[in-house]
Design a protein around this ligand. Sequence first.
Ligand code: C2O
Ligand code: CU
Ligand code: CU
Length: 510
Amino acid sequence: MNRRRFVTLAGAGAIGLGSPVSRVWAAAGRVAPPVSGALRPLARRHPLRVPDVVSAADLRLVASPATVDIGRGATEAWTLNGALPSPIIRARRGERASILLENDLPESTILHWHGLDVPEAADGHPRLAIAPGDTYQYDFVVEDRAGLYWYHPHTHGRTGAETYKGMAGLIVVEDEEESALGLPSGELDLPIVLQDKRLGDGTSLAYERSMGPDVMYGYLGDTAVANGVIDPTVEVHRTGYRLRLLNASNARVLELGLSNGRPFTLIGTDGGLLQRPVTLDRIMMGTGERADILVDFSSLERGERVYLRSFEFQIPGMMGMMGGRGMAGGGMGRGRGMGRGGMMMGGLPQGAAMDLVEFVASDAPAEAPRTAPAVLSSVPRIQVVEGATRRTFRFKSAMMQHTINGRSFDLERVDVRVPRGQPERWTIENSSGLPHPVHIHVGQFQILARTGGRNRIMPWETGLKDTVLVWPEERVEVGVHFRTHRGLFLLHCHNLEHEDMGMMLNFEVV
Ligand code: C2O
Ligand code: CU
Ligand code: CU
């Protein structure tokens, strides 16, 4: 087994970093997993890249194959404007976005602006996909709060492949309220697209989905990639940083924290800033979710290394299926192993530890960061009245089928009609043994309750959200309010293989 990207658990006791168990974690009634020792720094690390920043006002995005360098060497990727990761699109709230997509790929594609409240024609529904050689013009006004959104393909049955091969980028929306806060900016503001890829010791971004575990669990990788670079490293000043994180993996859930056990401050999630900052030492992010965090590097020694790590975790209900934690610890070759019943498994199992980004403290003098403002924003709450319409969406995975309310996605079928302007109470039920990060298009929702499983709203789920991680046996109730646009939109699992296999439905705002 190749341990380069694993946390070496055996060394944990000896090193004894003794991370404090956070108040939040303790309050959540959950036992914090042991903090493991330092990763053996055997892997060659590559400088983290900062993506190009482009304006939404007049943008042309060309989807095409391109040769890119992912750190370890050249590879063929599917890119937007030839770059990996795709450029960061910057927009001011209230600004008009005009984006021309040109398809130079060998297959159809269409882009979706994840989290933005856009008109039907700009939402990238798979029925709008364009053939090779064609173009699509997007026109919309950015009405959303300041925050971190993102974009990726939404092609029928091919979202997983096209996103995996390299098309995914951040959208940073800014507004007055946020600018007034004086948050870390310039080089102290680091946007990071987190992904895992199945590379083995090579560089190929080929997407070879097997019919077995890849369809069941999703396409799990064996190597951490951030901003398009394998095992990245970045030199940081010893002061406060703003890290804007997106989990753009196809299927991997991340249990994020810092390897030195230090807490960080969560200031925003999917739909922008939180009301107040929250101190955490872990945050769990399903695919599609974002976290805007402040990290204090001022106490590091010169040259000291700290890792943004996804810690090992277990998902109740999955243990039997995955053959328990033994998978990550032994018997598994690099990126491949035998699952239960002798099925070939690809990638590291869900819940395996991975170091995602290395930070190395610079030689410059340390400077204590400003503390985050006590109040960040006034977050508009979605008020759901007593008699509001209720709907239930049951997510089920069985026999290699992923369904919602017993049905697979049909491009043309309208599953639900929702009157515009009336908040509703939707229940998302997970009656399967797998985690489902559930995403609803066209704006943000409010998480109202979670019963079963973790049985509470997590501290990072209090703001506006567009994606919520629903574990086995959980029922999550959300308040939705489609206030602006009419038309056909999507609700789906953001495990991209689940989505491509049909765990998606059309709802029409009428
Ligand atoms: Cu990020 Cu419908 O997707
Ligand atoms: Cu979306
Ligand atoms: Cu799913």
